[in-house]
Design a protein around this ligand. Sequence first.
Ligand code: OGA
Ligand code: MN
Length: 288
Amino acid sequence: MDPSFRPLHPTFVAEAGPIDLATLTDPGGLQTIRAAMHRHGVLVFRDQHLDDANQLAFAQRFDGALHAKTGAAALGANRFGNEALTDISNVDEHGELFAADDRRRHYGLANRLWHTDASFVDPPGRYSLLSARVVPGSGADTEFADLRAAWDALEPALQQRVLPLHAHHSIAYSRAVLGFEFSADEAEQLRGVIQPLVRVNPVTGRRALYLASHASRIVGMSLPEGRLLLRDLIEHATRPPFVYRHRWQVGDLVIWDNLATMHRATPFADTRERRELRRVTTLDLPLP
Ligand code: OGA
Ligand code: MN
């Protein structure tokens, strides 16, 4: 059965009506969700109760190849033994909460900077599918920013200036901003890539800014000028009218388009309360 979609924000984000993604295989249903992603940029599915295998399989049915060159992999293998399943949790391999000074905790705290997933690899991430398994009593909402609406709202002269530009994206940079240190070996694995500053959706033709805390400099511009421009654009794109805040319930699956939105985590009592989510991100390969 095709799901219906109810907007949750004036410019992006919709909640799908009842549907079981674990068993959704029919091409028409999948196509309906793909079309809704192009339109809304973020989709919320409640009551999914996916397990890891179901989540990985659905992501592949939905959008093909999976991103597995995560930044966290440079720090060590994840507890699932599958780098396509990103652990968005505050627990270690024994299920214990990370200690306050745990390096993996510090690495994960950088999710509180506005970012896109996997903009620091080539091909970059397209869709992220984040499944909530355990959520804390309060806090830990995720915020999303609409980078299409942010593009539309730029002055035409600034649009013309930004349109041809490219930025270097590196996950080492967004961590370095917070004082996180990588070994020479880790840094070598995380050198980053060049990305356009503006993306065009191949189906809708809509433009979107392509921004992230991973963006370290603008090609052909001095470091200070490039960083100021990136900072100004991120500040613009994350003004309240462009932002939606998602309050997690166990069983939620949220899918977002990394080429049309940014997101960030918000604080919670992470050394006292458990939070376990799993993310699968697909690659920006040509659409089927
Ligand atoms: C992610 C992410 C934010 C959060 O899963 O990519 O940035 O609130 N999550 O956990
Ligand atoms: Mn993320």
